[in-house]
Design a protein around this ligand. Structure first.
Ligand code: WT7
Length: 650
């Protein structure tokens, strides 16, 4: 190594894929990546058609793409049943007895489902749903722990053409109700509870609470996981096992249109109301499959593990649809990473011989904080590839992940994408792309990403601007369910015909994309999106609160911490007890991930003369203790002094 490279700060060091890795990778050089990328964006129809052909279609498409921004139709005229690519074709071939899911429950229970078994379980549960009256296009809400039955429920919906909407098990009854009503779900699939840090989560109770306030749900199917006490409402609630015992394990998959809706997944936006992101069938499956193939370089002998929950898009695309379409073997884990202690993941990697591991920077930071002793002594030599998702990965976390977990041997793919994009958009290809800690590097095949300034011109190297995608891609969201106007306004209004991601980013001289952060009022808390407006509306729903403003503060562990400023109603005392009550209240209204880190009582909030809260000033006050820049729009200057005191005193 030359002296110069020894002195290069870690942040600038370039990591090239090893020859060893490149040798067997699907894309093994930058020359190959460049050539394939160029072809794929010049002739997207050709590229995507050749990928889609690797999936099962009952009727071939007549046209690859029908595009009139913002409306995309992919594989027009094609018909498929998504689950045939994920199950039937493996179950009838040489992968029949290959493990599809290796499950480990938090208490330590284990279960392996082969492709043949998974196929059988999905067919059976499809028949259960049909018997309960579920039909194609009906919406089914799924609220489950991270157990194989969550995937089985999703796949059974897909198999009969019903649209699933999974709600993360950490969300509240109120969140269930909002989503249920927004998408008009007529059926719910849940469990009695799930295991989390040695305790049970009362899933069925939350469903009951939500359903007590609506009449639209016809039936609830409950999987018995924990055995905890639950109430079963006669004629509405049914035990999964009892229904399945009577169902046939044979089900002939019917084909649906390529644009048939597959699922709705809610994500936070800049208003209080979460957006129901709609994904459809053929294009979504093609996108998730193709990215698994090239970015995770999944090979038949790999053991893959994505630590996300199926309640998020990562779980949909990279636990359920993508890996199963690939015929991969994967590990699925129910519980917390630190139960019974922080060695759980490393113990599981060793035990199952995990070779591809996909997790989030927030988890990595928690492991670093817990200390290396939890990793030491575990044999992680089975690992060959590491992935990161959810937020920019800071160099310290990258380095630890690379050295401590990957043994300085495994490439890291830092994958940028969104609920809306359906599949990974910007990421290294592990056998080809030189990486630097903190950059998601280069666009995937068929992805025409750029960074634009306000006028719509491409930014110069290292200048930050808005991240846009200029060409349609198969797994793109088709709409916000029931709100086409919001869809157009949110993603397609900044530049004519271009998709705006809502992220700010810059490109370095080599063309690498560095994501800076969100441009809207959306926080990234532990890799999860949370709308400041959602938290604000939860706060003002409390009887003591008059007004609330919520901002994000940089946080070493969570990425961003949730900081709230509230003014209380006349006659209410601002006590520490009320502070705690408000934290718990937000947790109850939205879910534990939204619980504020700080609640400050403010005598007033900084506002413009027209009455708009100036969050920028609050942000600055919290991070620096001062405000600089323009405060001329401020209606009452004394508010700032009062707030400074509030923050300093707390
Ligand atoms: C937002 C999307 C996509 C699955 C998980 C989150 C941020 C995501 C990265 C990354 C920097 C990232 C962006 C994006 N984000 N991945 N590798 N580097 N930022 O999905 O909840 O839809 O959130 O997460 O800000 O817009 P999501």
């Amino acid at each position: 190594m030359s002296k110069k490279s020894v002195n290069t700060p870690f942040e600038e060091q370039v990591f090239k894929p090893s020859k060893d890795f490149a040798k067997n990778a699907r894309v093994s050089s930058m020359a190959q990546y460049n050539r394939m990328w160029k072809e794929s964006v010049e002739q997207p129809a050709k590229f995507w058609a050749s990928e889609a052909k690797e999936l099962e279609w009952q009727k071939p498409w007549s046209k690859v793409l029908d595009w009139k921004a913002p409306d995309a139709k992919w594989f027009v005229g094609g018909k498929l049943n998504v689950t045939e690519s994920c199950l039937d074709r493996h179950a009838r071939g040489p992968r029949r007895n290959k493990a599809a899911i290796i499950f480990e429950g938090e208490p330590g229970d284990k279960q392996v489902l082969t492709y043949a078994q998974l196929h059988r379980e999905v067919c059976k549960f499809t028949n259960v749903l049909i018997a309960r009256g579920v039909k194609a296009k009906d919406r089914v809400l799924i609220y489950m722990p991270m157990i194989p039955q969550a995937a089985i429920a999703m796949l059974a919906c897909a198999r009969l053409g019903a649209v699933h909407s999974v709600v993360f098990g950490g969300f509240s009854a109120e969140s269930i109700l909002d989503r249920l009503e927004d998408c008009g779900a007529t059926h719910v699939i849940t469990a009695d509870g799930g295991w989390r840090r040695g305790k049970t989560v009362a899933l069925k109770d939350n469903v009951d609470e939500a359903l007590s306030r609506t009449k639209i749900v016809k039936s609830v199917i409950v999987y018995k996981r924990t055995g905890q006490d639950v109430k079963m409402k006669k004629g509405r609630d049914f035990w999964w096992d009892e229904l399945a015992a009577e169902a046939s394990a044979k089900h002939e998959a019917k084909a649906f249109d390529s644009e048939h809706p597959l699922f709705i997944l809610y994500t936070s936006g800049s208003t209080g109301k979460p957006k129901g992101i709609l994904h459809t069938s053929g294009g979504y499956l093609t996108g998730t499959y193709t990215t698994c193939k090239y970015i995770f370089d999944m090979q038949d002998e790999d053991v893959y593990w994505c630590t996300a929950d199926v309640g998020w898009i990562t779980g949909h695309s990279y636990i359920v649809y993508g890996p199963l379409a690939m015929g991969a073997t994967q590990v699925m884990y129910e519980g917390a990473p630190n139960y019974p202690d922080f060695s759980r993941f490393w113990q599981m990697i060793e035990e199952y011989g995990v070779s591809i591991f996909y997790t989030a920077p927030t988890a990595i930071r928690a492991f670093i904080k817990a200390g290396d002793s939890f990793v030491d002594g575990h044999d992680l030599s089975s690992l060959r590839l590491l992935g990161s998702v959810g937020e920019p990965i800071n160099p310290e976390a990258w380095r630890w992940y690379y050295e401590k977990i990957g043994g300085s041997r495994c490439p890291i793919v830092d994958t940028w994408w969104q609920t809306e994009t359906g599949a990974i958009m910007i990421s290294p290809l592990p056998g080809a792309t030189p990486t630097i800690a903190g950059t998601a590097t280069l666009p995937f095949f068929g992805v025409d990403a750029a960074i634009l300034d306000d006028a719509g011109n491409e930014c110069k190297a290292n200048e930050a601007g808005r991240l846009v995608i200029r060409k349609p891609w198969p797994s793109m969201t088709r709409t916000i369910y029931g709100d086409k106007a919001r869809f157009k306004k949110t993603y397609w209004a900044d530049y004519d015909g271009l998709y705006t991601a809502g992220d700010s980013a810059r490109r370095d001289k080599k063309g690498n994309f560095w994501i800076v952060g969100r441009l809207d009022d959306v926080l990234n808390v532990s890799g999860h999106r949370l709308g400041t407006a959602e938290v604000e509306s939860a706060l003002v729903s409390h009887p003591s609160v008059a007004e609330a403003a919520v901002i994000g503060r940089p946080d070493d562990l969570k990425g961003q911490a949730v900081v709230c400023f509230v003014t209380v109603k006349g006659g209410i005392k601002s006590t520490p007890a009320l502070q705690k009550e408000l934290r718990d209240h937000v947790g109850k209204v939205i879910g534990a991930i939204a619980k504020p880190d700080n609640v400050y009582f403010a005598p007033a909030l900084p506002k413009t003369r027209s009455g708009k809260i100036i969050r920028r000033l609050l942000k600055e006050l919290v991070s620096t203790g001062e405000v600089s820049g323009n405060t001329t729009t401020l209606e009452d200057h004394s508010v700032i002094e009062q707030l400074k005191k509030t923050i300093a005193d707390s």
